[in-house]
Design a protein around this ligand. Structure first.
Ligand code: CAA
Length: 284
């Protein structure tokens, strides 16, 4: 099945990035949020990102208008009815996602595919809450979505080959390199990334080096664009903690266990860039 019209549920950081990408690729987009405030915020983010591309001469004003014109931003979920693919990018709560999928099942045409952008919840379990587990998969994008070149396409034991192929073709059409993987906690990237971030926090916690030296070590010694503590701030300490808890619950291995310092910082509201404070201070 070729994806000609895509629905995005949730216009946060990830959803707005996915909507922008899809529209840029010439695909019609229905972008849904629960209220006008979140909708405006999400569309504002897309506008800003496209504005930056215009300033840099990568896009002209007509191109920007066309991309925005392909996005139907709405709070009416019925507008998703004729989408070929609906990507869910709402908060990482299984209960909230379940409620959304059950509503979508009654609205969206029966042959449409559902995909979750979750970074850690079980795709299999989500698919099982719908009447279309064969047409259910994961499409996991990376932040910032317009910049990071990867999408993980995640298959469950129930995902049909046709669904998987259509999801991979969609990922390629929006300009990403596709990594295929089976539904397992963390998929490929977070399974490897999160223990690395946790180890960096453990190194800081045990006084191996300062945060700046840990970050510079990995940036300059290994060519990473950000050091691990800077990256944890970027991903969000709460998100990192949440993923670590899921990985640890599944594998019961020490390197997935959240260090006490991470837990303490999350409890104190030091969530990284989004809260103005994490390992570094962003309040200035
Ligand atoms: N939206 C659109 N474009 C953006 C952007 C955004 N939010 N942020 C940066 N860019 C663009 C800039 O416009 C710039 O484009 P040009 O090169 O065409 O001029 C380019 O990205 C580089 O940006 P900057 O020069 O401003 O900054 P930088 O060189 O320091 O790069 C970065 C910023 C791209 C974020 C880089 O630091 C980086 O790659 N960091 C690592 C990010 C990463 O690892 N992300 C994955 C996190 S894990 C995850 O997402 C999965 C999960 O489930 C937790």
């Amino acid at each position: 099945m070729e994806i000609k019209k895509v629905g995005i549920c949730g216009l946060g950081l990830m959803g707005s990035g996915i909507a922008e990408l899809a529209s840029k690729a010439g695909i019609d987009v229905v972008a849904c949020e629960v209220n006008d405030k979140f909708l405006e915020k999400g569309m504002g983010r897309i506008n800003k990102s496209l504005g930056r591309a215009v300033e840099k001469g990568k896009l002209d004003e007509a191109g920007k208008t066309a991309i925005l014109g392909r996005i139907n931003a709405t709070t009416d979920y019925k507008a998703l009815a004729d989408c070929d693919l609906v990507i869910e990018a709402i908060i990482e709560s299984f209960e909230e996602k379940k409620k959304l999928y059950q509503m979508l099942d009654g609205i969206v045409k029966k042959d449409a595919i559902f995909a979750s952008n979750t970074s850690s919840l079980s795709i299999t379990e989500m698919g099982a809450t719908t009447e279309r587990a064969e047409q259910f998969c994961g499409l996991h994008f990376f932040n910032p979505v317009p910049v990071m070149k990867l999408v993980e396409v995640v298959k469950t034991v129930a995902t049909s080959d046709a669904t998987f192929e259509a999801a991979k073709a969609f990922g390629e059409k929006v300009g990403k390199v596709v990594v295929s993987c089976n539904d397992t906690p963390g998929f490929v990237v977070n399974r490897l990334l999160v223990p690395y971030l946790l180890d960096a926090i453990r190194a800081l916690e045990s006084g191996v080096a300062t945060k700046e030296d840990i970050d510079n070590g990995m940036k300059l010694g290994c060519g990473h664009p950000m050091g691990p503590l800077e990256l944890t701030d970027f991903v969000g300490l709460d998100t990192t903690y949440f993923i670590a808890e899921i990985l640890f619950a599944e594998f019961k291995q020490h390197h997935y266990a959240a260090p006490p310092l991470l837990k303490a910082m999350v409890m104190a509201g030091y969530l990284g860039r989004k809260s103005g404070r994490g390992f570094y201070d962003y309040r200035k």
